[in-house]
Write a protein that binds this ligand. Sequence first.
Ligand SMILES: *[C@@H]1O[C@H](CO)[C@@H](O)[C@H](O)[C@H]1NC(C)=O
Ligand SMILES: *[C@@H]1O[C@H](CO)[C@@H](O)[C@H](O)[C@H]1NC(C)=O
Ligand SMILES: *[C@@H]1O[C@H](CO)[C@@H](O)[C@H](O)[C@H]1NC(C)=O
Ligand SMILES: *[C@@H]1O[C@H](CO)[C@@H](O)[C@H](O)[C@H]1NC(C)=O
Ligand SMILES: *[C@@H]1O[C@H](CO)[C@@H](O)[C@H](O)[C@H]1NC(C)=O
Length: 478
Amino acid sequence: MHFLPPRNAFLLLSTLLQSVRSSPTPSTHVSISVSPKIQFQEVDGFGASQAFQRAEDIFGKYGLPEVNQTLVLNLLYDENIGAGFTILRNGIGSSNTSTSNLMNSIEPYSPGSPTAKPYYIWDHYNSGQFPLAQQAYDRGLQTLYANAWSAPGFMKTNDDENNGGYLCGVTNEPCSTGGWVQAYANYLVQYVQFYEQSGVKVTHLGFLNEPQFAATYAGMLSNGTQAADVIRVLAKTIKEAGFDIKINCCDGIGWDDQESLMAGLQAGPDPAINYLDTVTGHGYDSAPTYPLSTNKKTWLTEWADLTGDYTPVTFYENGGVGEGMTWANHIQVAMRDAGTSAFLYWIGAENSTTNSALINLLGNEVQPSKRFWAFAQFSKFVRPGAHRIEASSSHSNVTVSSFENQNGKIATQLLNQLDVDVEVGVKVTGVGAGVVVHPYLTNNHHDLEAMASLKTGPGGSFNARVPARSMVSFVTSS
Ligand SMILES: *[C@@H]1O[C@H](CO)[C@@H](O)[C@H](O)[C@H]1NC(C)=O
Ligand SMILES: *[C@@H]1O[C@H](CO)[C@@H](O)[C@H](O)[C@H]1NC(C)=O
Ligand SMILES: *[C@@H]1O[C@H](CO)[C@@H](O)[C@H](O)[C@H]1NC(C)=O
Ligand SMILES: *[C@@H]1O[C@H](CO)[C@@H](O)[C@H](O)[C@H]1NC(C)=O
Ligand SMILES: *[C@@H]1O[C@H](CO)[C@@H](O)[C@H](O)[C@H]1NC(C)=O
């Protein structure tokens, strides 16, 4: 539906060539060089969250017909039909109710003390996130990141899931009710256990969201030392429960904020960083443009345009914060310059007319934004287990990134950030002649459209045209 059949793709390419031939402006020539021998970080995937009842939007909370519920699931998670997202970030709810957009907790009420037997409740629904995870796994999901924004209020210094507050018992934060660090670890492991018993594997577990920020909604404050207190206990609790689950930390509100937590995670005779699988940060206050100070994997786990003009279907107009090209560039910079192994937008799909999701659900309709197609230009062709490889461009405004998949397919993303078409000469070291290359185009007029395929000449080189203000992914057939 969103892909042109090859004949149309050929016509499209011919049309582009003709329009350029008759254009008075000579096009720019750019040389791109790709070297699979020089390998960087491993890729875990791409995705988004459906926390705070956005999962329920997908399941028709506001009346989306069943056929379009399936459509949006396919667009998000099916590799053949849509973006093939492989990471879902679930919110572990801390609320004692599920009114409005709140996520209900598995332990809504205090058992009275940290050592009393907790009253856990499992509804097999989890604000829509449990059935969503099942549907996503059915379509190829590989990674389920369960992330608590806050502990339940009764475990915190402010006795409230909202408005900041600390987990009782972390460094310098005592409570009259006692220390709740072990109880919180038990609670997080119980969440994983409920999912597992019901047939859904949680692969990664996190216990903080934007811990520098006292939000009016669920959230919890922490510095690196206090996060480390929890990580040590959580790691031990997971081990004792016999689970194979990876710990993430700390979803700092910006990349710099996450960087400032690293010292606390690395300090002491038993550094908490050793128990982490992945260091996670967001992009709001500061963008992921450099590697965090760690040799662990890093993920950009949340970022979105929450303030700009609503630009549902603009790939490029003026570089606006919600435009598709802007996000294609953010992803490329994060993967290339910050070395992230994953990139997640805030919300995948929701009923709203804002840029906070990749897909807008408008009444009965499903409206994928250009940001969605920019994500898909990466996620569909750069699969989990791929490695980023060396790639360079002769023009600083025609930017490149490249990845070699486990099956040997090389996916190279070119962003033409100029307002003229460019002729690119691409050379892929180590690839011989006669290899078929499939280009896919997204710009103001096209959504991840398959263009006529190309073939490499001697030395793995091929030539192509990339239209002005466009993104093209070139994918080798082997
Ligand atoms: C439910 O949670 C809210 C918000 O943290 C709190 O104000 C309220 O007292 C809680 N209700 C009960 C019955 O615990
Ligand atoms: C975190 O805060 C605690 C309590 O205020 C303090 O003792 C500790 O030094 C802080 N850690 C870092 C890394 O700043
Ligand atoms: C959300 O869903 C309701 C109910 O279908 C609908 O009336 C409303 O227009 C939707 N909101 C948006 C922004 O699409
Ligand atoms: C589903 O959404 C599409 C837009 O993506 C719309 O054209 C179609 O009418 C919707 N289907 C139904 C049954 O409402
Ligand atoms: C290239 O990009 C830079 C930085 O965004 C911009 O200042 C410059 O004008 C661009 N050059 C051209 C030729 O578009």
